[in-house]
Design a protein around this ligand. Structure first.
Ligand code: ATP
Ligand code: MG
Length: 649
């Protein structure tokens, strides 16, 4: 482990002596060139905000924008593709602070659309890591799919065999170990293995688990590559023994290759006629491995930001690691959001951006940086990316302006918080509920409530922490369900008319599945006061009879005056055991809100769907003033995706 008091610059100068390393920029370039030489077309990154897809807030992987092509649509650039995709995973925000997660990162990707397969993919990636980036092959560990006997899916022996030969050729041992579930990994440990078989962790499909795949749906095994940092001590809080999928940070996942190989049938799984490779690997993590550093914040895309922070705060990264990681990550992400056209606001992408900027400012406060500082940091970030991303350079002034404005607004908020605190403190005591209100409503940092105490005359209640934590837990639950809403809803406003269309959307989703089949999965939804719009997977045009049938079912359910209620469930339970409907592309938090539309006296819901709401209370409201549900348009949206517009009129 690193010595505490060293700065990043010092840490790096140590590693330079013992390592020939590549910068992240060099690795990005080398990767693209490596695959270009293997006849791949270089495609440009998609924006952080997905186009024509209201179901997800952000582009979170390289494959996300390419999904239609992996599902069969022809790509104009051919069947071998390579890129570096900028990603934003708001869901990883709580993980930022560890050694390997950032909300914003670049994912290197290469794809074979029905062209090369396992042999090429595995050997090329290994060649890239060991011959180009010059990683130590004996520190590379891999995982493969162990198969599923009940579902009749074979074990991925083929990938394991390829890996075994590759390791042997480098003189590296290649023992295989059965692990099964991740939980079991903590019980059995590494056992001197090199190639590890896991079950669900190494299976890819859109439904998450092979058990939940509808007929006709593609899926396949994946093989993941890890780099070990033996000097990182296993943390027993995660489990008794360490293993590649342990989260202690000793093994770091560099990348994984999905082999889209099978199609679900009524009796099991058949080979797909055209098999694809989908590879994604974190640029920052590979760059960190090249530095022999288990810390992604030491790479050339982040290290200058940390150094600037050290300078501004006169504090050392080694001592204030967590804060500096959060600030560097959040501001870098905010810069890219601004480049991609987002401005801080109170909803959807803008809300996430606001949260990132304000969180960075708060974490800086804790470092003693109480003055404006974004004007010093943002140009550093822009300089890092400008040579490789012309759009960052061309939007430089705009980006700086947007972020400085948000900093100013937030500081005003802070001043308001101080005033509010003074008011609250008039009776001499500040408790956890006060501190929470200041934090939640005024965005006023907790540390400040405590610190103001030094200059103002009030007492802080002894159990403020407990009170605060319990308020915070409630709030987390609320905001999780609210985020679900923004992921899901596409709801612009929340008028009664919107709610009616929203409820009608749930009814129609279920009706479509009843009429067309279980392959129907929501791909997008957009609601205005005049109509609903709904995108879903279905391979062909709906017939007039099918449209009529769907309308009939929806109107029938409206007439039955179903009662609309919601409940909260752990996500896993909701998706796996309760089998509620979700939308494709969503990533959910730990708890989800599930809406139930059920006839009085019935023991089964007609519709049971993950959703943030809001909805009407009972479906009869949809037919007020004799209105009927009607589909006014059914058309193609993109390959394999249909779009319906419907009204209550
Ligand atoms: P992890 O288990 O480490 O969170 P993951 O399984 O979520 O990784 P994938 O969704 O498979 O990762 O993404 C592909 C690659 O992208 C990973 O192998 C990793 O190198 C990189 N990656 C994923 N999440 C992050 C993140 N938050 N920050 C940096 N790199 C990431
Ligand atoms: Mg992850």
């Amino acid at each position: 482990m690193k010595k505490k008091e060293l700065s990043v610059a010092e840490l790096l100068s140590d590693t330079i002596l013992i390592n020939t390393h590549m910068t992240a920029q060099e690795i990005r370039k080398a990767y693209i060139n490596f695959f270009k030489e293997k006849n791949h077309s270089v495609i440009s990154r998609a924006r952080l905000v997905p186009e024509n897809d209201p179901t997800t807030l952000f582009t979170g992987s390289g494959m996300q924008p390419l999904l239609p092509y992996l599902l069969g649509q022809e790509h104009p650039e051919g069947n071998r593709l390579v890129d570096s995709q900028t990603c934003l995973r708001a869901q990883d925000i709580e993980e930022v602070g560890d050694n390997r997660h950032t909300t914003f990162f670049e994912m290197l990707g290469n794809w074979s659309l029905g062209d090369y397969f396992k042999k090429e993919q595995i050997s090329w990636f290994f060649e890239f890591l060991t011959d180009i980036v010059k990683l130590d092959p004996s520190r590379i560990y891999v995982t493969c799919y162990s198969g599923n006997e009940e579902l009749n899916i074979p074990k991925d022996e083929e990938s394991a065999k390829i890996w075994s030969e590759i390791f042997q050729a480098k003189g590296v041992d290649s023992k295989t170990i059965e692990i099964g579930s991740e939980e079991n990994g903590y019980k059995v440990g590494e056992q001197g293995g090199r190639i590890f078989f896991y079950k669900d962790k190494n299976w890819w499909c859109r439904a998450g688990k092979a058990e939940n795949m509808p007929e006709g749906e593609p899926g396949g095994p994946d093989t993941e590559v890890f780099y070990i940092y033996p000097e990182v001590q296993h943390n027993k809080n995660y489990g008794k023994f360490c293993h590649p999928n342990c989260d202690c940070g000793r093994y770091i996942e560099l990348g994984n290759s999905v082999f889209m190989e099978y199609k679900k049938t009524s009796s099991g799984f058949d080979k797909l006629p055209k098999q694809n490779v989908d590879y994604g690997g974190g640029l920052e993590r590979i760059a960190a491995a090249s530095l022999d550093s288990s810390d992604v914040f030491t790479v050339s895309l982040l290290q200058p930001i940390i150094e600037k922070l050290e300078q501004i705060s006169s504090k050392k990264y080694g001592q204030y690691t967590n804060n500096m990681r959060v600030i560097a990550d959040h501001l870098r992400g905010s810069v890219f959001l601004a480049v991609d056209g987002i401005v801080p606001s109170n909803k959807e992408q803008g809300y996430v951006m606001r949260r990132l900027v304000r969180r960075a400012i708060r974490f800086a406060f804790e470092l003693g940086v109480e003055q404006n500082f974004l004007h010093e940091i943002i140009p550093v970030i822009i300089d890092i990316y400008s040579p490789d991303f012309p759009e960052v350079l061309s939007k430089k002034n705009e980006v700086i302006e947007i972020l400085l404005k948000e900093e100013k607004v937030f500081r005003q908020t802070l001043r308001k918080g101080v005033k509010e605190l003074e008011k609250m403190a008039q009776n001499g005591i500040i408790d956890g509920n006060h501190i929470f209100t200041l934090y939640d409503t005024y965005g006023f940092p907790v540390e400040l409530s405590l610190e103001e105490n030094l200059t103002q005359d009030y007492k802080i209640s002894d159990n403020w922490r407990e009170e605060f934590d319990s308020k915070m837990a409630e709030q987390r639950k609320r905001s999780q369900t609210a985020t679900k809403g923004t992921f899901k809803g596409g709801l612009g406003g929340q008028t009664l008319q919107h709610m009616k269309y929203h409820t009608a959307t749930h009814l129609m989703y279920q009706a479509l599945r009843d009429v067309l089949g279980k392959h129907v999965i929501q791909h997008g939804s957009n609601i205005t006061e005049e109509r609903l719009r709904f995108d879903f997977s279905h391979p062909e045009k709906m017939t007039p009879e099918e449209i009529k049938k769907v309308e009939e079912i929806v109107n029938e359910q409206i007439d039955k005056d179903l009662v609309v209620t919601f409940e909260e469930h752990p996500t896993k339970e909701a998706l796996e055991d309760l089998k509620v409907l979700g939308a494709f592309g969503d990533r959910y938090g730990d708890i989800v809100k599930v809406y139930r539309m059920q006839a009085k006296g019935s023991d089964k819901p007609f519709s049971f769907e993950i959703c943030g709401g809001p909805h009407v209370d009972h479906t009869g409201q949809l037919s007020e003033s004799n209105k009927k549900f009607r589909i006014i348009k059914e058309e193609s949206s993109s390959s394999g995706i249909r779009r319906i517009k419907a009204v209550l009129s």
